[in-house]
Ligand binder design. Structure first.
Ligand code: ATP
Length: 296
């Protein structure tokens, strides 16, 4: 019996690993590829950016027809504003990001950028306008140079170096024996979470998009790295419209506006101080996180 169950256990764990790898790949393709169901309209024009105002107009959405996820979500991010979305796990925060990128179309309502319904413009121009800094930056199995240059075709060496400096990764790169030609990824140098994220920031700075979608890292970075990354993200947000999907409140307290999302419904909107004064959901979340951080 033992002879049979041992290999079966082993196969079980191999199966779980393969399944996890497929899930990870699925997430990566989520970022890089467009599901086939979302198509450009014939002769769709390119999105014209005029400041980068984002409007979610009574948006309803569900991945399955019988399970609504966003239920009439309505908010505007003015040109150059920074808006954070907070809320419990599963409330629909990341879904808001996926809809902005038009991985899926809304079921009702509309999503507009500078007054243009994103279903009416080309996806290429939409993606061009939005820079995404995800929780985990996907690195290609190539050089650091390639991984940053990917942000914009035709960027010069100086522009790439400037982006690396602004993302505070330049000195680290120059300390490596092969500098910008260092191979990274699966078969090359393994970068830490913070280093990967800075490569992602450099890539996005090079792209220079008017709109930023930041999916704040949940993975713990040490406090100093965390502060540096927050500084880089803040500097990058200057003069752009920013939506931050936030998991920890301490990093988004100075946003122009904070939106609390619960079960697909906006339950509170305001600045950090306004929401604390409300003494409702946000204030409770803030107090809980503060006492958790104090305990830690
Ligand atoms: P977290 O803070 O845990 O990341 P979230 O607020 O970002 O959560 P979403 O990822 O937007 O939550 O998910 C909202 C709901 O939609 C969840 O119940 C989730 O199970 C469901 N969901 C997310 N992605 C899909 C998908 N591709 N297909 C079906 N359901 C999905």
């Amino acid at each position: 019996m033992i002879q049979i169950t041992m290999p079966l256990n082993f196969l079980g764990s191999v199966y779980r690993e393969i399944r996890q790898a497929l899930v990870d790949m699925g997430e990566m393709f989520d970022l890089l590829e467009q599901p086939a169901e979302v198509q450009d309209k014939p002769n769709a024009p390119a999105l014209k950016i005029n400041g980068g105002e984002i409007a979610f107009d009574h948006v309803e959405f569900g991945y399955d027809a019988n399970r609504p996820i966003l239920k009439g979500v309505d908010f505007t991010v003015g040109a150059g504003e920074t808006v954070a979305i907070v809320g419990p796990s599963g409330s629909g925060k990341s879904t808001i990001g996926r809809l902005l990128f038009r991985f899926f179309d809304v079921n009702a309502g509309a999503l507009r950028i500078d007054g243009q319904d994103i279903r009416d413009v080309t996806q290429e121009s939409l993606h061009q306008a939005i820079g995404v800094v995800p929780q985990d930056t996907v690195l290609f199995n190539d050089t650091i140079l390639y991984n940053i240059a990917y942000g914009r075709e035709g960027a010069s060496q100086t522009e790439i170096e400037d982006a690396a400096k602004a993302a505070k990764i330049y000195d680290f790169i120059m300390s490596l024996p092969d500098g910008f030609d260092t191979q990274v990824g699966e078969r090359g140098l393994k970068l830490s979470g913070g280093e990967k994220q800075r490569v992602g920031i450099a890539r996005t700075l090079l792209k220079n998009p008017p709109i930023l979608l930041l999916d704040e890292a949940t993975s713990a970075l040490d406090t100093e790295t965390e502060r540096d990354i927050q500084d880089s993200l803040k500097a990058m947000g200057q003069g752009r419209s920013v939506i931050t999907i936030a998991h920890r409140l301490s990093t988004i307290a100075d946003s122009d506006r904070i939106i609390v999302l619960e079960k697909g419904v906006i339950t509170e909107v305001g600045t950090h101080d306004e929401l604390l004064a409300n003494n409702a959901r946000y204030a409770a979340m803030w107090q809980r996180q503060q006492s958790e951080e104090d305990a830690a």
